[in-house]
Design a protein around this ligand. Structure first.
Ligand code: OAD
Length: 233
């Protein structure tokens, strides 16, 4: 059975109205990474960090999947092989579009995590610093987001999928953040065909065999139809 492994980044959700990080005026131009996306920032000012993710959670709750998300869900439901989406995004637009096999390597806005006992539960729309954990009762709730300096989730399973990939595609990610930026090299060494989808080549763009320049909502549906047609013929 053929396996397609998909990596998505903020560019895949950009056309759903969720800002990217490194664009001019993007999230990291408005907030310092050290303040809102590190364990040290959370220890210094938990309210600032919780409010930052509350705002992003509220925005994501209103957002709708775009044609790029929908194309990936169609690929999963109609492709004869296996399709795995690994996302760096913390929104749930892949799920809203209908994708079932989604791995959130950088965590999820919809989830809360206990910093004391590692229990996870569905996050309320508005979290507050010092919320208590429903399992251990300690006031140690935090957003279930992987911050800089922390280990991304599900890495063993992700590397297993990459080692089994026949096709690896990467969509709307700038190639600044590892380990995700290294997935193309991993997939290539496993013999996968590799394609990047982006408005411009990413920092690791030269490692892909093919690049589709353009917005994900336009390039992805075309590619998905090509693959589905090929797999049926
Ligand atoms: P970036 O903001 O670094 O990059 C977004 C990429 O999407 C850029 O390469 C854009 O060219 C591309 N892009 C923008 N709009 C697009 C569109 N409509 N169609 C296709 N491509 C488009 O975001 P990420 O690479 O996702 O981590 O960032 C990676 C990680 O860094 C994030 O998960 C986050 C951030 O710090 C954490 O918070 C831990």
């Amino acid at each position: 059975m053929q396996k397609i492994v998909v990596l998505t980044g903020a560019g895949n959700s950009a056309e759903s109205g969720l800002g990217t990080f490194r664009a001019e005026g993007g999230l990291w131009a408005q907030h310092r990474i050290e303040d809102v996306a590190t364990p040290e920032g959370f220890a210094r000012d938990p309210k600032l960090v919780v409010d930052f993710y509350n705002a992003r959670r509220a925005q994501a709750a209103e957002a709708e999947p775009n044609a790029g998300h929908l194309a990936l869900a169609k690929l999963e439901s109609e492709f004869a092989g296996d399709v795995i989406v690994i996302t760096q995004n913390v929104d749930d637009l892949h799920e809203k579009a209908g994708s079932q096999k989604v791995m959130h390597m950088h965590g999820a806005l919809k989830s809360a995590l206990c910093a004391a006992c590692a229990h996870r539960w569905p996050a309320p729309l508005v979290m507050a610093p010092g919320d208590s954990c429903p399992a251990c009762n300690r006031p140690a709730a935090r957003p279930d987001i992987v911050w800089f300096g922390e280990m991304p989730y599900d890495m063993d399973e992700i590397f297993r999928h990459l080692s089994e990939a026949d096709i690896f595609i990467s969509i709307g990610t700038s190639g600044n953040v590892y380990p995700a930026a290294g997935f193309v090299a991993e997939a290539r060494s496993a013999g996968a065909e590799t394609i990047e989808f982006n408005l411009e080549p990413s920092l690791v763009g030269n490692q892909f065999e093919d690049i589709r320049i353009g917005s994900a909502s336009e390039t992805l549906p075309v590619w998905v139809d090509e693959i589905l047609q090929k797999s049926r013929s």
